[in-house]
Write a protein that binds this ligand. Structure first.
Ligand code: PLP
Length: 328
């Protein structure tokens, strides 16, 4: 069996830093980016990130652009992975902050975070990594990062809690002002239940890392076998296998979702669901609007059984075939 991603482990775990609780990863990314940007010297007000980042990063850097920062969005290839040579060329002495995600939430693609972080830091820029989808699931090169965001609910934990890890020596501005909790830089009373929930979530991720990895890999193989004529969006190799984004010419994903009511899957990014926003990630891969509208995203993990996945994919396949028959 080919392993597409190493079982999770943290490289550089000995690195010293602080883990500060937040309400989730959206707050953590806003805080990291805005809190670090506001301390950048005037000659380093340039931010580089990837076109496929989550809205919490893209919208934060867009806001920073409105405040006078120069922002560059790096394109990705058809496989969803950033071109490292091009990324390297884009970094200059004015670049003060770089952001890149570990695992993409729409297509499951893993970015080469270790290389990206090292290149950024070698140029004297701070590096922020949105590790939400990869936390505890794929190798996390912590020693290449200055700031890392996490969210409990994306890895089987409770909603309403996340964290920002900040390397010792990296200073960012306070985001929420008040009573001075969380080292004086994130005020507000935290929920002990949620904080313990995040801790227990992380503990379980560690304990079940190999079993989860192998289970998800088996589900992925099964899904690929059951939907053989669907094309994969994003790299087949550089990926977390619990995220499957597929497209089929002639299929209307929005209709498929309403036809298959017993299965929870999405036609675009769940993070942007209901927003009507087209998927910026699929567009960044070079997909046409039509191809994006024929794309579906399936997520599965620790608590999905092979039988459940087979049933779900059978329903999706039958409904898609019916659509194609009617269209013919
Ligand atoms: N980053 C990624 C990659 C995500 O997938 C999500 C949520 O889906 C977020 C950030 C935002 O996380 P939260 O819901 O904890 O604010």
């Amino acid at each position: 069996m080919v392993r597409r991603a190493d079982p999770p482990c943290t490289q550089g775990g000995e690195q010293q830093g602080r883990l500060l609780f937040t309400s989730g990863a959206t707050e953590a990314a806003n805080w990291a980016l805005k809190g670090a940007a506001s301390r950048l010297p005037p000659d380093r007000r340039r931010i580089v990130t990837l076109a496929t980042e989550h809205a919490c990063v893209l919208d934060s850097v867009e806001w920073l652009a409105s405040q006078g920062f120069e922002v560059e969005l790096m394109p990705v290839g058809a496989d969803g992975v950033v071109d490292l040579d091009r990324f390297d060329e884009s970094l200059d002495e004015r670049t003060g902050l770089v952001a890149a995600m570990l695992v993409n939430n729409e297509i499951g693609v893993i970015q080469p975070i270790e290389r990206i972080g090292r290149l950024a830091r070698e140029r004297g820029a701070l590096f922020f990594c949105d590790a939400v989808q990869g936390f505890g699931r794929v190798a996390m090169p912590l020693d290449a990062c200055d700031m890392v965001s996490l969210s409990a609910h994306k890895v089987h934990g409770p909603k309403g809690v996340g964290a920002l890890w900040i390397r010792d020596g990296v200073a960012i501005d306070a985001f929420v002002h008040g009573g001075g909790q969380e080292g004086g830089i994130r005020s507000g009373t935290l929920s002990p239940a949620l904080c313990v929930g995040l801790g227990e979530t992380a503990k379980l991720l560690g304990e079940r890392a190999v079993a989860d990895h192998d289970h998800v890999e088996r589900l992925w193989q099964l899904a690929r076998t059951l939907l053989p004529d669907w094309a994969l969006n994003g790299s087949a190799e550089a990926r977390y296998c619990g995220n499957l984004n597929l497209r089929h010419d002639g299929v209307d994903a929005a209709r498929l979702i309403s036809d298959v009511r017993d299965v929870a899957f999405s036609a675009g990014s769940a993070c942007a669901s209901g927003s009507g926003r087209p998927s910026h990630v699929l567009a960044a891969l070079g997909l046409t609007d039509r191809e994006a509208r024929s794309s579906i995203r399936l997520g599965f993990g620790r608590y999905t059984s092979e039988a459940e996945l087979s049933t779900a994919l059978g329903l999706i396949r039958d409904a898609a075939e019916q659509q194609l028959r009617f269209a013919a």
